[in-house]
Design a binder for this molecule. Structure first.
Ligand code: G4P
Length: 171
C-alpha cells in the first residue's frame, strides 16, 4: 500500500456513494510531505520517460503537479478554467464538461508555454469521468507536443474516465 492509500484509509471521508472527500490533506488543507512522497512515486513510475513539462488544471491539480515537478526538475503549466485578460489571445482552447457540476467550461493554455518539442506528463488529483484529462490531452495534441503519460492521484474506477482515456490510446 502506498502513502496516499494509507492516508485515504486514515483521513478520507466517503461523502456519498460516488464522492470521496480528501479535504484534510489534498483538496483544501495540503500535507506537503505527503505530496512530496507522491511526487517521488510519480518520478519512479515515469523514470524512463523524457518529460519536459508537467501539465495540470486549476485548482486542485496544481499542488500535486508542483510537488511532482520538483522531482522531474521541469516547469509546471496549469490550464486555466477562465480566460484572464492578461493571458492575451494566443491560446489553446478545449471545452470540458463537468458531470459533477453539470456545466461546460472553456479550458485555456497559452501557446507560449507548450511547444511541439515538449513531452508532457499530465497530472491531476481525481480521475472520475475523465473530461478534464481528455481536454488536457486535446490541448497537448493541438500544440503538436506529445503526451508522455498521465499521472492521477486517485482514480475512481467505477466511473468511466479510465476507459475513455484507454480509448484515446494513452496509458
Ligand atoms: P472529470 O474531470 O474526471 O470528468 O470529473 P468531473 O467533471 O466529474 O469532476 C469535476 C470536479 O470534481 C473535478 O474538480 C474533480 O477533480 C472533482 N471530483 C470528482 N470526483 C471527486 C471525488 O470523489 N472527490 C473529490 N474531492 N473531488 C472529486 P474541479 O471541479 O475541477 O475542482 P478543483 O480542481 O478546482 O478543486
Amino acid at each position: 500500500m502506498n502513502c496516499l492509500e494509507e492516508r485515504i484509509i486514515k483521513d478520507g471521508v466517503v461523502k456519498s456513494e460516488a464522492v470521496l472527500k480528501v479535504d484534510s490533506f489534498l483538496n483544501h488543507q495540503i500535507d506537503v510531505n505527503l505530496l512530496d512522497e507522491m511526487g517521488k512515486l510519480f518520478k519512479e513510475k515515469f523514470k524512463d520517460e523524457k518529460i519536459t513539462k508537467i501539465l495540470t488544471i486549476e485548482a486542485s491539480g496544481i499542488a500535486i503537479a508542483v510537488a511532482a515537478a520538483k522531482h522531474f526538475n521541469v516547469p509546471v503549466l496549469f490550464a486555466k478554467k477562465s480566460k484572464s485578460n492578461n493571458l492575451g489571445d494566443n491560446l489553446y482552447h478545449s471545452m470540458v464538461h463537468s458531470f459533477t457540476h453539470n456545466n461546460d467550461y472553456d479550458v485555456v493554455v497559452s501557446k507560449d508555454y507548450l511547444k511541439q518539442d515538449d513531452s508532457v506528463l499530465i497530472i491531476d488529483d481525481f480521475l472520475a469521468n475523465g473530461c478534464a484529462l481528455v481536454g488536457l490531452c486535446d490541448i497537448v495534441k493541438q500544440s503538436g507536443a506529445s503526451v508522455a503519460g498521465l499521472g492521477i492521484a486517485i482514480e475512481k474506477g467505477f466511473q468511466d474516465g479510465g476507459k475513455k482515456l484507454e480509448n484515446l490510446a494513452i496509458t
